[in-house]
Design a protein around this ligand. Structure first.
Ligand SMILES: NC(=O)c1ccc[n+]([C@@H]2O[C@H](COP(=O)([O-])OP(=O)(O)OC[C@H]3O[C@@H](n4cnc5c(N)ncnc54)[C@H](O)[C@@H]3O)[C@@H](O)[C@H]2O)c1
Length: 469
C-alpha cells in the first residue's frame, strides 16, 4: 500500500518505519526541515530501541522516504496518516492546532480519493471536525478513520510490531477492510483488530491512558499511606498484584508519571468531562495525586537535612519518624515560603541518576526529574546529573545550570547524596562500595525503590525509598 505519515516524531517515525518493514511504500513528512535532513542522512531524532536498524534497512530497500514536500507525499499515497503532536492547551484541553493545520494542507493538495487517518491522540468528535474541514476545501472523495496509537516510548517498535490490539474507528466497511489489511501483518499472533465508530475509537485511547495513570496514582497514594503507617509498599504491591483481578502492571510507586502522554491525556479527558457538564471526580484526583507525588522526594530530602546536623543516626531516625507520621507534600512555593533562601539543602550537591521520564527513552517531557532538579536548584543546591540517553535533551532544558556527568559514577563524585529518579537497568546493580567512596556522605534517596532497604542500611547507607519505612 502507498502510505504517507504526516509528522515524524515518536509515533510517526515508528509507525512509518514499521509500515515500511511490512512491505508498504511509505513517505514520512515533517515541517521540521532539520529533522528531515537528518533522517535523509540516517540520523535519528529520537532514541528508540531497534528503530535505527529498521530505518536503515527500509531506506536502503527504498520502501521508506523522508520529505518536507507534503503535496508530493499526499499525491503519491492512498492512506494519509496524521501523527503530529496534540499538546496540552492552556485550559487543559487537547490543542488541535497542528492536527488541523495538517488536515488543511492535506485537503488543499489531495488530487484523488484519500483515506485520512488520525493516529494522533485526539478528543472525541475530532474525526467529524476533520470531515467537515476537508469537505470545505476539496471536491475529492475521502474517508476519515480514527486509528489511535497505543505504543509506549522506550518500547515503541516492539509495541507497534506486536500490538495488544488495533483500534479502527471507521464508518465505511470498505475502508475498515483496507485498514484491517494494513494491520494484518502485525496481528498474526491473534491480537484483535477492533472496528468501531470513530467516537468510540477516540474515547478508547483516553480511557486506556486514564486507566493506566489511575493505577499509578492509586499505588502512589497507597505508598504515601505506607510512609505514614509503617507498612512496606513493596510487600503490599506484590500481594495485591497476585490477585488475578488486579494483576501487576502499572502498580509501581515512584515520583509520579510523566512523559508526553499521560499528563496531557488525563487533563484533556478532564476537560472533555467539564465541557460535557460531567464532574469527573476520579480522573481529576488521578491528576492531583500525580502532581503531589512529584514533590515526595524533595519533602523527604528536606526532612532529612532539617534534622540535627552531625548525628547521622539521629538524622536517620528523625527522618524515618517524620516520613512515617507527618510527611506533608509541600509544593515548591510552599517549600520556598517555609525555607526561604536558607533551606537545609543550600550549598549541598546532589547526584541525579536518570533524567528521562522513564527508562529506554530520551524523552524528558513532563519528567519528574525536571521537578526534582528545579526544586533543588531553587533551594540553592547543586546538581550533577547522568542519564544513559537523555543528556542531550537535558542540556536543552537546563543549559549550564547543572553539571552533566560522563557516567553514573562520575555524578557521585563529592556529592552529598544520590537521588535515583529513573530506573534504568544500568542502575540496578551498581558497585555500592565504589558509590560509598565517591559520595561525600553515603545517602540515597531512591525514587523508584530499586534497592533493598535492608541491604542498603547494612552497607552503611542512609536510604530512603517511597512507601518503605
Ligand atoms: N509519544 C508517545 O509515546 C505516543 C504514544 C501514543 C500516542 N501518541 C500521540 O501521537 C501524537 C504524536 O506524538 P509524538 O510524541 O510522536 O509527537 P512529536 O512531538 O514527537 O512529533 C510530532 C511531529 O509532528 C511534526 N509536525 C507538526 N505539525 C506538522 C505538520 N503540519 N506537518 C508535518 N509535520 C508536522 C513536528 O515537527 C514533529 O516532528 C500525539 O497526539 C500523541 O499524544 C504519542
Amino acid at each position: 500500500m502507498k502510505i504517507c505519515v504526516v509528522g515524524t516524531g515518536y509515533v510517526g517515525l515508528v509507525a512509518g518505519t514499521c509500515f515500511a518493514e511490512t512491505g508498504n511504500d511509505v513517505i514520512c513528512v515533517d515541517v521540521d526541515e532539520k529533522k528531515i535532513a537528518g533522517l535523509q542522512k540516517g540520523k535519528l531524532p529520537i532514541h528508540e530501541p531497534g528503530l535505527r536498524e529498521l530505518v536503515r534497512r527500509n531506506v536502503q530497500e527504498e520502501r521508506l522516504r523522508f520529505t518536507t514536500d507534503l503535496p508530493w507525499a499526499v499525491q503519491n499515497s492512498l492512506i494519509v496518516s496524521i501523527a503530529v503532536g496534540t499538546p496540552q492547551g492552556d485550559d487543559g484541553s487537547s490543542d488541535l492546532t497542528y492536527v488541523m493545520e495538517a488536515v488543511r494542507s492535506i485537503a488543499k493538495t489531495m488530487d484523488d480519493y484519500k483515506i485520512v487517518v488520525t493516529k494522533s491522540t485526539v478528543p472525541v468528535g475530532t474525526a467529524d471536525k476533520i470531515t467537515q474541514e476537508i469537505s470545505a476545501l476539496t471536491t475529492c472523495e475521502f474517508d476519515v478513520v480514527a486509528n489511535p496509537e497505543f505504543l509506549k516510548a522506550g518500547g515503541a517498535v516492539e509495541d507497534f510490531m506486536k500490538p495488544d490490539r488495533i483500534v479502527i474507528g471507521a464508518t465505511n466497511t470498505r475502508v475498515a477492510a483496507i485498514m484491517k489489511d494494513l494491520y494484518a501483518p502485525f496481528t498474526r499472533t491473534g491480537a484483535p483488530i477492533l472496528v468501531m465508530d470513530p467516537r468510540s475509537a477516540e474515547m478508547t485511547k483516553y480511557a486506556a491512558n486514564a486507566m493506566l495513570a489511575c493505577r499509578i496514582s492509586f499505588m502512589n497514594e497507597i505508598a504515601n499511606l505506607c510512609d505514614r503507617t509503617g507498612a512496606d509498599v513493596n510487600r503490599v504491591r506484590h500481594a495485591i498484584a497476585a490477585d488475578q483481578r488486579i494483576g501487576a502492571a502499572f502498580l509501581f510507586p515512584g515520583l509520579g508519571y510523566g512523559g508526553s502522554c499521560f499528563p496531557k491525556d488525563v487533563r484533556a479527558l478532564i476537560h472533555v468531562a467539564r465541557e460535557n457538564n460531567y464532574p469527573s471526580k476520579l480522573i481529576q484526583a488521578v491528576d492531583e495525586v500525580n502532581e503531589l507525588q512529584k514533590h515526595v522526594m524533595i519533602n523527604k530530602i528536606l526532612t532529612f537535612y532539617s534534622s540535627e546536623p552531625g548525628n547521622e543516626l539521629e538524622q536517620t531516625k528523625s527522618a524515618q519518624a517524620t516520613s512515617h507520621q507527618q510527611l506533608h507534600l509541600l509544593s515548591l512555593s510552599e517549600i520556598k515560603k517555609q525555607y526561604g533562601n536558607q533551606g537545609p539543602v543550600k550549598g549541598k550537591t546532589f547526584a541525579i541518576w536518570g533524567l528521562a521520564f522513564k527508562p529506554q527513552t530520551d524523552d524528558m517531557r513532563e519528567a519528574p526529574s525536571r521537578v526534582v532538579i528545579e526544586q533543588l536548584l531553587a533551594l540553592g543546591a547543586k546538581i550533577q546529573a547522568y542519564d544513559p540517553e537523555a543528556m542531550k535533551e537535558a542540556r536543552k532544558i537546563f543549559g549550564n545550570k547543572i553539571h552533566y556527568a560522563k557516567n553514573n559514577y562520575e555524578a557521585l563524585k563529592g556529592a552529598d547524596a544520590l537521588i535515583l529518579v529513573t530506573e534504568w537497568n544500568a542502575f540496578r546493580h551498581p558497585d555500592f562500595k565504589k558509590m560509598k567512596e565517591l559520595l561525600k556522605d553515603p545517602v540515597i534517596f531512591d525514587g523508584r525503590n530499586q534497592y533493598s532497604r535492608r541491604e542498603m542500611r547494612k552497607l552503611g547507607f542512609d536510604y530512603f525509598g517511597v512507601g518503605r519505612p
